[in-house]
Design a protein around this ligand. Structure first.
Ligand code: PHE
Length: 472
C-alpha cells in the first residue's frame, strides 16, 4: 500500500491543488526566460524538436518515477530513496541520489532568488513606466538596479531589503505547510499567472513583429545543432519540469493514494511545455519591433524588455503585468525549491516546519548577501546545475527507479498494464543510457566552449569545431 513505510502525515488538499502546486513549481523562469532564448540560440525549431523528445521520453518517465517513489516511501527525497533501498535490501548509499538532487535544488534556489529579487525591483520600477528608455540607458539602469547605483532605490541596501522580503515570503508560505501554504498560494497565483500571460501574449502579438518572433523561435537552424544542443535540451527539460532534484519525490510524498500519477504527470508536462512554447510570444514580438537584439540571459528581461515596453503605446500598463506574472511564476517555483530542504529537515527529531524554513531562509540570505551582485556567480551556477548536476541527479534517480527497485515495488503507484510496461522499458533502457551519453559528450563540449580548452581531434569530430586559440 502507498505510504506503508512512510512518515509524512500531511496530504495535498485536492488533486487540483496538487496539480497547481506542481505546475507552479514547473512553470517558472525556466519557461519564461530561459526557454525562449535557449531555443533561439541552439537551433530554433531543431532545438524545440529535441526538447519535446527529451520531455516526452525522458522527462515524463522520470517525473512519474519521482512521484511514484515519493508516494511509496512517503518521505522527502533523501530519506525516501534510502527507505526504498532498505525495502529492497539494497545499499543505503543510494541515498546519494537524493543528496545530489537536494543539493542541486539548493544551488538553484541560490540564484533563482537573486533573479526573483531583480524581478521585484523591476516590477516596482515598471509602475513609473519605462518611457523613452533606449538601449544604453536601460543597460545602465540594469547595472544600477542590481546594486551599483547611487539612487536609494538602486542601491545595495535596497536590493538586500528586497531579497529579505522575498525570503520572508518564502518562509511564511513554506512554514505554513504543504496544504495550508504551498498549495493555497499556487491555487491563487497560477490561475492568475495564466490569465496575465494570455493578456501579455495577446498584446505583444498585436503590437509587435510576430513573424520575426516565429522565425526566431521555430525555424530550424540545423547548422547550430551538435551535442551541445542535446545537452541544452536535456538540461532545459529537467530544469523546466523541476525534475532531477528530488523535488517531485517530495511532492509525491504528500499525494493521496487515489491520485492517478501517470495522468497527473501528463497534465503537468503538457502545461509546462505549452507555457514554454507560448512564452516567447510575450517577449520577442515587441523586442523585435523595437529593433532590439534577441540578446540572451539577464539582459533580455531586464534591459531589452523595458526598452520595448517604453517604446510602445500601452506598454506602461503592460510592463507591470509582465513583471508581475514573471514574479508569480518565480515565486511558486522558489517555494517548491525551498520545500526540498525544509521537508528533509522536518523529518529530523525536534525540528518544526517553521523552524526549518527560517533556518533555510537564513542560510540563503547569507549566500545572497555575498552573491547578489555577482553575475559570474549566476552564470557559474546556471552552468553547473543545468550542464552537470541536474542530468546527474536524473541519471541516478532513473537508474535507481528502473534497475534497483523491483517492478512490484511501484505497481501500487503506477498500476500494471501498458503504461507500466512502457514506463518500465523507458526508465530502464532509454533514460539512463541517453542521459549518460549526453552528459559525457555535452559536458566536454561545454567545457571546450566555455573555458576554451582545445579537445583531442577525435572528439572534435563528434562534437563539432574545436576552439582555436586566437592568433598572435
Ligand atoms: N522549473 C522551474 C522553472 O522552470 C525551476 C525549478 C527547477 C524549480 C528545479 C524547482 C526545481 O523555472
Amino acid at each position: 500500500m502507498a505510504g506503508e513505510i512512510g512518515r509524512k502525515t500531511e496530504h495535498w488538499g485536492s488533486r487540483f491543488g496538487f496539480i497547481m502546486a506542481s505546475v507552479g513549481s514547473a512553470v517558472g523562469l525556466g519557461n519564461f526566460w530561459r526557454f525562449p532564448y535557449t531555443a533561439g540560440e541552439n537551433g530554433g525549431g531543431a532545438f524545440i524538436l529535441f526538447y519535446i523528445i527529451c520531455v516526452l521520453l525522458i522527462g515524463m518517465p522520470l517525473l512519474m518515477a519521482e512521484y511514484a517513489m515519493g508516494r511509496k516511501s512517503g518521505m522527502s527525497a533523501i530519506e525516501g530513496i534510502q527507505s526504498l533501498a532498505r525495502a529492497e535490501s539494497r545499499s543505503q548509499n543510494w541515498g546519494i541520489a537524493g543528496w545530489v538532487g537536494s543539493l542541486t535544488s539548493f544551488f538553484i534556489l541560490s540564484f533563482y532568488m537573486v533573479i526573483s529579487t531583480w524581478l521585484m525591483a523591476f516590477l516596482i520600477q515598471s509602475f513609473g513606466g519605462f518611457e523613452g528608455m533606449d538601449a544604453s540607458s536601460s543597460g545602465q539602469n540594469f547595472v544600477d538596479t542590481i546594486g551599483q547605483g547611487e539612487h536609494p532605490m538602486r542601491s545595495r541596501w535596497y536590493m538586500l531589503g528586497l531579497l529579505a522580503l522575498f525570503l520572508i515570503a518564502n518562509i511564511i508560505v513554506v512554514g505554513r505547510g504543504v496544504k495550508g501554504g504551498i498549495e493555497k498560494v499556487a491555487t491563487v497565483l497560477m490561475p492568475a499567472f495564466f490569465i496575465m500571460l494570455l493578456v501579455v501574449v495577446g498584446f505583444s502579438i498585436a503590437n509587435g513583429d510576430t513573424a520575426k518572433a516565429v522565425s526566431f523561435i521555430f525555424e530550424p537552424k540545423w547548422e547550430d545543432v551538435g551535442f551541445k544542443t542535446f545537452l541544452a535540451a536535456l538540461g532545459q527539460a529537467f530544469f523546466s519540469l523541476s525534475i532531477g532534484v528530488g523535488l517531485m519525490i517530495t511532492y509525491g510524498a504528500y499525494l493521496e493514494p487515489d491520485t492517478n500519477i501517470p495522468r497527473s504527470s501528463g497534465l503537468i508536462v503538457a502545461s509546462d511545455t505549452l507555457v514554454a512554447l507560448i512564452a516567447g510570444f510575450a517577449i520577442f514580438p515587441i523586442v523585435f519591433s523595437a529593433g532590439l537584439d534577441p540578446s540572451s540571459g539577464p539582459s533580455l528581461f531586464f534591459i531589452s524588455m523595458p526598452v520595448a515596453f517604453g517604446s510602445i503605446p500601452g506598454g506602461a500598463i503592460m510592463a507591470p503585468v509582465f513583471f508581475g506574472l514573471a514574479l508569480f511564476a518565480a515565486f511558486t517555483s522558489s517555494i517548491s525549491l525551498m520545500e526540498v530542504a525544509v521537508s528533509w529537515l522536518e523529518e529530523r527529531q525536534g525540528v518544526t516546519r517553521l523552524g526549518a524554513s527560517i533556518g533555510v531562509g537564513y542560510v540563503l540570505f547569507m549566500i545572497g548577501a555575498a552573491y547578489v551582485f555577482s553575475l559570474d556567480y549566476l552564470d557559474f551556477m546556471d552552468f553547473m546545475t543545468e550542464g552537470l548536476l541536474l542530468p546527474l541527479g536524473g541519471l541516478l534517480a532513473s537508474y535507481f527507479a528502473g534497475w534497483v527497485l523491483s517492478r512490484e515495488m511501484l505497481t501500487s503507484e503506477l498500476g500494471e498494464g501498458t503504461i507500466m510496461n512502457a514506463w518500465r522499458f523507458l526508465i530502464r533502457w532509454f533514460v539512463p543510457p541517453f542521459i549518460f551519453l549526453i552528459l559525457v559528450f555535452g559536458f566536454m563540449d561545454k567545457i571546450q566552449d566555455q573555458y576554451h580548452v582545445p579537445l583531442p581531434g577525435f572528439l572534435t569530430m563528434l562534437l563539432g569545431p574545436n576552439w582555436v586559440p586566437p592568433a598572435g
